[in-house]
Ligand binder design. Structure first.
Ligand SMILES: NC(=O)c1ccc[n+]([C@@H]2O[C@H](COP(=O)([O-])OP(=O)(O)OC[C@H]3O[C@@H](n4cnc5c(N)ncnc54)[C@H](O)[C@@H]3O)[C@@H](O)[C@H]2O)c1
Length: 384
């Protein structure tokens, strides 16, 4: 059993999810040959750093992210800070020769994502990006159906990520609404929708896109509150300087036509990261809000029996069996992070391992984002 030291930087939502994923990996993927050990966590809010140390059992905590990268026992650095810090930390990790697991989108802007990829494409250590939705067992099953030709030629793809996290105008201002810290819905959640399209259907040739800000001001919260917190009526308002909504008509290299959009401000959908795939032999629909259910239509000889069938995530589907042995017993968001970390550690252990999302996957998404922004400005179709 090879032990590998892990340091986590930024102990907000994702820092906590990543830390517990390493712990759960040891429990759920116990048959693997690699054992992550939580060494040190860092957080600018000292109290949050100390709480995280105690909660997850890190050996140490610090307020300095450099101390995590410098730590001699840390081989893997997990970057779960706001986007604007990603690239600086990545550069320091490269200097110190660490494996890097960075949350999406990797950097505040697509050019930073592309720079991170350029810097690491010939790097001797592994990289990983947080495109966790790929790892849902029924998404993996969808990929298998497509690759085996069960859906036939894919004619059309619809993808979306409608999150409600900023639907309420009282949702607090955070780094997410500030263009100095990065773009809005396009890098925050459209990244996931683009990655899903690329992963399932293939490369995108051209796009016709648009970006919009609908809620122009938000209340400022007291220190450390996230965008999930609601401010009271007397809070001071601050200008929102990046996009709430993004949409793009997309043409894939393989001839498939599609449409993807993402919003952080719609009421109704809560975390509707979904896709619809229409092919010559069948169709598939999936929605993260009902992550453990897939709707599959397969063209049959007997037309009277044709229709969508409902499939529940079960141990027969990829990865599900690591979590429970029971047909239809659901798994959740946090388990997707455990699978992501399992694949990352597998890649570190075995460089030939292929089912994996690294900085190259993030760079592909960044190129599509750049083309959507260019198209939104030129009001024309743009090549990726
Ligand atoms: N893959 C996904 O599903 C998913 C979901 C949410 C967020 N994310 C990504 O994860 C990252 C973090 O998002 P979050 O929702 O956890 O944000 P968050 O605001 O909850 O957490 C970020 C944490 O980083 C800390 N921080 C800020 N500057 C720091 C510094 N210099 N050193 C150490 N810590 C510092 C903040 O105090 C905060 O606790 C972002 O890149 C975001 O895009 C990914």
């Amino acid at each position: 059993m090879k032990e590998i030291g892990v340091g986590v930087i930024g102990m907000g939502w994702m820092g906590e999810v990543h830390s517990s994923a390493y712990i759960n990996y040891k429990l759920k993927f116990a048959n693997k040959n690699i054992s992550p050990k939580l060494i040190i966590c860092s957080e600018i809010l000292k109290e949050r750093a100390k709480t995280a140390k105690d909660k997850f059992g890190f050996e140490e905590y610090t307020t300095s992210w450099q101390a995590v990268v410098d730590h001699p026992k840390v081989e893997v650095v997990d970057i779960t800070t706001p986007n604007a810090l990603h690239l600086e930390i990545i550069k320091y990790c490269i200097q110190k020769g660490k494996h890097i697991n960075c949350e999406k989108p990797i950097g505040a802007f697509p050019k930073e994502t592309l720079e991170a990829y350029e810097l690491t494409k010939n790097y001797s250590k592994q990289t990983c990006v947080g495109f966790n939705y790929r790892w849902a067992p029924l998404v993996q099953y969808t990929k298998k159906l497509i690759d085996e030709g069960k859906i036939g030629k894919i004619y059309s793809y619809r993808g979306r990520f409608f999150s409600c996290y900023a639907a309420d105008e009282r949702s607090c201002y955070s780094w997410r609404f500030e263009k100095e810290n990065g773009l809005g819905a396009i890098t925050d959640i459209m990244t996931h929708a683009i990655d899903m399209a690329l992963y399932l259907v293939g490369d995108i040739k051209s796009v016709n896109g648009t970006l919009k800000t609908f809620i122009s001001q938000r209340p400022v919260a007291k220190g450390g509150a996230s965008h999930y917190a609601k401010a009271d009526k007397n809070a001071v308002l601050k200008e929102v300087t990046n996009d709430d909504y993004v949409a793009a008509r997309i043409s894939f290299q393989n001839g498939c036509e599609g449409f993807i959009d993402a919003s952080r401000i719609f009421f109704g959908p809560t975390s509707e990261h979904s896709f619809e795939i229409y092919g010559s032999k069948g169709s598939i629909k999936w929605n993260f809000e009902e992550m453990n259910t897939l709707h599959l239509f397969l063209r049959e000889e007997d037309e009277s029996a044709m229709g969508y069938r409902k499939i529940y995530s079960s141990p027969i589907h990829p990865y599900h069996h690591y979590f429970n042995p029971s047909n239809g017993s659901s798994i959740g968001y946090d388990e997707l992070k455990v699978i992501e970390i399992a694949n990352f550690l597998e890649k570190i252990h075995n460089p030939n391992f292929a089912n994996f999302a690294n900085f190259e996957a993030a760079a592909k998404v960044a190129k599509v984002i750049n083309a959507i922004i260019a198209s939104s400005e030129s009001k024309k179709e743009e090549k990726v």
